[in-house]
Design a protein around this ligand. Sequence first.
Ligand SMILES: [Zn+2]
Length: 486
Amino acid sequence: MASWSGTTRRQALTGAGAAALGATAFAAPRAEAAGRVAFPAGRPILIRHATVVTMDRGVLTDTDVLVEGERIKAVGRRLTAPATVIEADGGLLVPGFVDTHRHMWQTSLRGVGADWTLGNYARWMLEKWGPLFRPEDVYAANHLGMAEAVNDGVTTVTDWSHGLRTPEHAEAAVDALFSVPGRARFAYGNAFAPDQSWVTDGRVDQILRGRFDGRPDQLVTMQLALEASDTEDGRAALRFARDRNLPVTSHAGVFGFSGDQQIRFLDEFGALTPSLTLVHGGSLSDDSYRRIAAGGAYLSVAAESELSAGQGYPPTAKAREFGIPVSLSMDTVVWWSGDMFSAMRATLGADRGLAHLRAHEAGHAVADNALRASDVLEYATLGGARALGLDSLIGSVTVGKRADLVLLRTDTVAMTPTHNPAGHLVFQAGRGDVDTVLVNGRVLKHRGELTGVDLGRARRLVRESFAYLRSRIPDAEWEAALNPPR
Ligand SMILES: [Zn+2]
């Protein structure tokens, strides 16, 4: 087994192996040494005196949440149980965020594309640098990306993994997703293949059978990431997914790249179903939005990306008009952040900004805002869970669901006072306010610190990976990418 994964192929191939790896890596949280609460395995956890933003039953003040095993066992006032106690002191307890589109294999080039357009990204990231990535580069980026997601309260992240040139790249991507016990959706893609025959040539089946057990509650689940197209290979790829009950995600409605023709094809092929998530979807006609709504497919709106890169205007107003369900995403940290608070803020700003602009052009003012803070909070949580078909498991603070929970402190300056929880989460809170994170009932961050991820190792792997990639990029090319012409 290659040294990049830190585990053996045999361990990596089995759920037990993944669990064993997790047990080794996460058995000794530093909490005790620093005076923080320790969380003995198997002992229930009681979160007391929280302001619980349930997403399905409103906001519950001064409420306790009992977590037993992987699940939320009880939600109520003054719960008592033999349990390890987390005192929330009025902090906001929300379901973990769900990101439905993030190209995590690019994490080691974080921030390079701050001034890029879509054309700049295609030129540098996809055409020039993407082919340089080795399997260990994918592993390093995904491993840090998983740690980042957990740290930021993104308890489920969709790894839109379209840098998988070889089966070894795919194995590395999956190894990394299992290396941190956050929840992830592995979206298998390959942007470097001239067609989509990679879907049906055996490599996808190999990963699907070797690494996934088909249960929706496996911490990492799988789907296909492809650019749906009306070609022989494209149709075969969609049939392949349908035969295996694999959800599909595709970029769509991207200006200059994909448009109404793609949506018409998907509609006529019978693929515009709830198991399809269309990423961006900003450059489409009303006829396309009508078809998407009728079929039940989801949108993944990446407003922070769309507003800067130009795929199309964030289509939340159209989604509202036609009744299309929305989830949110960050796209890639090469360009933008991995911050779902920012995603909510950008989404709300884009929607309201357009409404004001249109109203002013018509000579009047918007009297009341149509899109609310609570709406984008739903997009970022339950909306994402629905898009991934996981809403019976996650997305709300509900008895019986898996305990994917995020606790935000409310004793920081920016969170004092806290009168309007949804508004606070969207406009006041930031990643630094994420105090405690549970995924599947397990505490992965507490009192502001990841309780087990070896960040030193994660940083070293990314540093080594970047050093290799940078050594393959000519200086002039690197400088030109960092400073694209105005
Ligand atoms: Zn994308």
